[in-house]
Design a protein around this ligand. Structure first.
Ligand code: FES
Ligand SMILES: [Fe+2]
Length: 425
C-alpha cells in the first residue's frame, strides 16, 4: 500500500515536482500534424503549463507560453506572420525560439532602445513524426523523438484519435500493465451490455511481467491457450513512461495537469497485399466524445471508452492509500516502484531510462510485437480472416472498435484503403 506522500508524488506533473521533472525528460505527443493544416494555432495545456502551438509560414513549429510576455494576452488568438506569431493585443511578434522579432510601437517610439532584444518568451521545441507533433519540456540536451518500429511500417492506414479524459494520467498508465482488466472491463462487461449473448470469454490462467529497456512486457495465458501462444511468448508492452503499445496501436496518456489527461491513440491498419502499394498523404485525426449527449453518462460501447469509465471512476486523483492489491496487480506495483525510483534519480541529476540520444539507436526502435510478420509483410484479402489466429492483432477489422465517434469520411477512407466495399457496415 502506498503512503499519502507517495500517492501524491505519483500524481503531480508540475515543474519542480519529482514526477513532473521525470516526465519532462520525454517527448510528448500533443497534436496531429494535420490539425495545424486546419487551424494555424492550437491552445495546449501540457504538464500543467498553458501553451500555444503553431506552425509559421516557413513550416517551423513553435510552442510558446500561452501568455504574451508583454501584458499576458492569450497568444492562441494571435496570428502567423512570416516566421513568427503575432499577438493580437499590441502586435508583438515572437518566434519559435522565444525571441521577440517585433514591437511595433516601441520601435516607432524609441528605435535605439532595442527593447525587443531584452525580452523573451518561454519556448519549447516541437517535432513532427508519424503524423504527430511532439513537444519536449525538459532541460537540454534535447533527446531524440523515438522512432518506434511501427512508425517505419508501410502500406498501412494510420489514424490518430484524441480524447480529453478528466483524471490523472498515472492511473491511466497503470492500466497499461493490467492484463486481467481486459477479461472483465472489456470482454465480460461488453457481453453483459449486449444482453449476455454469445460464449463466455476465456479467463486468465496465468500472467507474467518483466522490465526491459523501454518499459515492461506483460504476458498472459488465457483459457484454451498455452505458453506457446504469442500472448505469452511475445506479450504486450507497457511503454515507458506513459504509453500502452499493443502491436497495432499506441495509446499515450499525456498529462494535461494533475487532474486531466489527453489520450492520444495512433492506430495502424495494414492493408491487404492486393491493395499495395498504399501511401497516405495526410494522416487523419479526430476527437472522440466521452459522454452521451442526452444523459451525460460515459459512453461504454468501445474498448477505450470502457477504459475511460474505469479510470475516471477511480476519481480525478485515485487514492491509492485505500487500495487492496492482489496478485493481478504485480505489474502495477513494479511500475509504481520504478516511477518513484526514476523520479528520485532525476532529482539527483541522473539520466532516466528510455531516453534515446544516439541516432544509430533511433533508426527503428524495435518493440515486442505480436503478429509482426502480419503488419510488415501483409496478407491476402482472401486469407485475412483465416489468419486471425488465436492471438488478437490482426489488422483486418471492418469497424473501428476502440473509440466511439469515428467520422464517416475516415471510416470510408479506411474501407477504401482496405479494399472493402464502401457503404457496407
Ligand atoms: S500583450 Fe501581447 S503585445 Fe501586448
Ligand atoms: Fe483496456
Amino acid at each position: 500500500m502506498l503512503s499519502d506522500e507517495q500517492n501524491r508524488r505519483l500524481a503531480q506533473v508540475g515543474a519542480g515536482t519529482p514526477m513532473g521533472e521525470l516526465l519532462r525528460r520525454y517527448w510528448m505527443p500533443i497534436a496531429a500534424v494535420a490539425e495545424l493544416d486546419d487551424k494555424a494555432t492550437k491552445p495546449v495545456r501540457l504538464l500543467g503549463e498553458d501553451l500555444v502551438l503553431y506552425r509559421d509560414q516557413g513550416g517551423t513549429y513553435g510552442l510558446l507560453d500561452r501568455h504574451c510576455a508583454h501584458r499576458r494576452a492569450d497568444l492562441s488568438y494571435g496570428w502567423i506572420e512570416g516566421c513568427g506569431l503575432r499577438c493580437n493585443y499590441h502586435g508583438w511578434v515572437w518566434d519559435h525560439t522565444g525571441k521577440c522579432l517585433e514591437q511595433p510601437f516601441e520601435e516607432a517610439a524609441n528605435p535605439e532602445a532595442r527593447f525587443k532584444d531584452r525580452v523573451r518568451i518561454k519556448a519549447y521545441p516541437v517535432e513532427a513524426k508519424a503524423g504527430l507533433l511532439w513537444a519536449y519540456l525538459g532541460p537540454p540536451p534535447v533527446p531524440l523523438v523515438p522512432t518506434w518500429e511501427p512508425f517505419t511500417w508501410r502500406n498501412g492506414f494510420v489514424q490518430i484519435v484524441f480524447s480529453e479524459v478528466p483524471c490523472n494520467w498515472f492511473q491511466c498508465q497503470e492500466n497499461s500493465i493490467d492484463p486481467v482488466h481486459f477479461e472483465w472491463l472489456h470482454s465480460n462487461w461488453t457481453r453483459v451490455l449486449q444482453g449476455d449473448k454469445g460464449p463466455k470469454p476465456p479467463t486468465h490462467l496465468k500472467i507474467g511481467f518483466e522490465e526491459f529497456e523501454y518499459g515492461f512486457v506483460y504476458r498472459r495465458v488465457l483459457e484454451g491457450q498455452s505458453e506457446s501462444d504469442e500472448l505469452w511468448t511475445v506479450g504486450r508492452t507497457c511503454l515507458w513512461p506513459n504509453c500502452l503499445f499493443t502491436g497495432g496501436h499506441f495509446e499515450w496518456r499525456v498529462p494535461t495537469d494533475d487532474e486531466n489527461m489527453l489520450s492520444v491513440g495512433w492506430f495502424f491498419d495494414r492493408v491487404p497485399n492486393e491493395m499495395e502499394p498504399f501511401t497516405q498523404e495526410r494522416i487523419p485525426y479526430w476527437y472522440s466524445p466521452l459522454t452521451e449527449a442526452r444523459t451525460g453518462r460515459w459512453i461504454t460501447t468501445h474498448v477505450m471508452n470502457q477504459d475511460f469509465v474505469a479510470w475516471v471512476g477511480q476519481g480525478a486523483l485515485s487514492d491509492r492509500t485505500q487500495e487492496h492489491l492482489g496478485e493481478s496487480d504485480r505489474g502495477v506495483i513494479m511500475m509504481r516502484k520504478r516511477m518513484l525510483e526514476q523520479a528520485e534519480l532525476v532529482a539527483r541529476g541522473g539520466e532516466p531510462k528510455a531516453v534515446i540520444r544516439d541516432p544509430a539507436d533511433n533508426a527503428c526502435v524495435q518493440l515486442p510485437i505480436i503478429g509482426r510478420e502480419y503488419f510488415v509483410g501483409g496478407y491476402s484479402r482472401t486469407d485475412g480472416d483465416k489468419r486471425r489466429g488465436r492471438t488478437p492483432g490482426s489488422p483486418q477489422r471492418k469497424d473501428f472498435p476502440f473509440l466511439t465517434g469515428q467520422p464517416e469520411e475516415i471510416r470510408q477512407a479506411l474501407r477504401r484503403a482496405m479494399g472493402l466495399d464502401t457503404g457496407v457496415s
